[in-house]
Every structure is written in structure tokens, then in C-alpha cells.
Design a protein around this ligand. Sequence first.
Ligand code: ATP
Ligand code: MG
Length: 140
Amino acid sequence: MAANRTFSIIKPDATRRNLTGAVTKMLEEAGLRVVASKRLLLSTAQAEDFYAVHAERPFYRDLVGFMTSGPVVVQVLEGDDAVRRNRDVMGATNPADAGAGTIRKELAESIEANTVHGSDSDENAATEIAFFFQPDEIVG
Ligand code: ATP
Ligand code: MG
């Protein structure tokens, strides 16, 4: 499959523990290239929008609170089969279920504070990239 793109967030639990570099290293070692990156504080409205698909879930308010609790690093990642490749290196949502060597197994604190977000489809990747980046901010 040709090189394509996905969207990643290094979550507040990771920036708080100074793990931006450690996470990025694992992404790079998995064959992904960071072609855009910025650190920012999500507003409540941005976090609500971003996770709107989970609005009816019992953990939604906590999730929005967590995602706005500190800086995040939003990134565009490029690589062969980028969405699947990134999901593979992230590991399962719950770090207790994540495979050895995955980011969540090695670094995550809990099912909520699970260190990274990654797009789950090419369509969502395109939407999420456009949510945070202008085309000229992405340099492959
Ligand atoms: P993400 O969308 O962040 O990449 P994911 O696709 O693995 O993670 P989702 O089911 O989309 O998982 O859940 C989004 C996020 O909501 C999770 O990453 C986690 O931070 C939080 N979350 C999911 N399930 C729970 C839960 N049962 N309790 C608390 N938080 C949860
Ligand atoms: Mg998800």
C-alpha cells in the first residue's frame, strides 16, 4: 500500500510525565514519520467536538476533563498503511489488554490516561487532520 497519513495525539498524561520524545521514538521505530507536529492546550469545546462520537458514554465528561487537563501534542504521521500501523504500535485502549512493546502497554497509566490517540480509519484520519492542521503546515 502506498504511503499515507494518520492523525495522532500525545495525551496530557504523557506530556505531564515528559514522554513526548519517548512516544515519538516508538512511533518512528514503528515506521511512521512525523510530518506535522504542534503542542497545544485543547479547549473544552475542541475536546467535546473531537470526542463527540462518545457523547452518550458514561466516561465522556471525565474524558473531556482529562483531555483538557494539560498540553497535548497533535501530529500527522506518514507511512505505509499508516492508520493500521499506528493502531498496532498504540496497543489496545485498556493498557491492561495491550500487547507487549506497544505504547499503551509500556507507557499508559489507565484506560482513560492511555497516552495516545490514533485515528481508526482513513476517513476519520482526514477529518481529524483537517481539524488541527492547515495543508501548508504538513511537510512530508
Ligand atoms: P482513541 O480514540 O483515543 O485513539 P481508542 O480508539 O482506543 O482511543 P475509544 O473507544 O475511541 O478508544 O475511546 C476514546 C478514549 O476514551 C480512549 O482512548 C480513552 O481515553 C477513553 N475511554 C474509552 N473507554 C473508556 C472507559 N471505559 N473508561 C474511561 N475512559 C475510556
Ligand atoms: Mg477511538
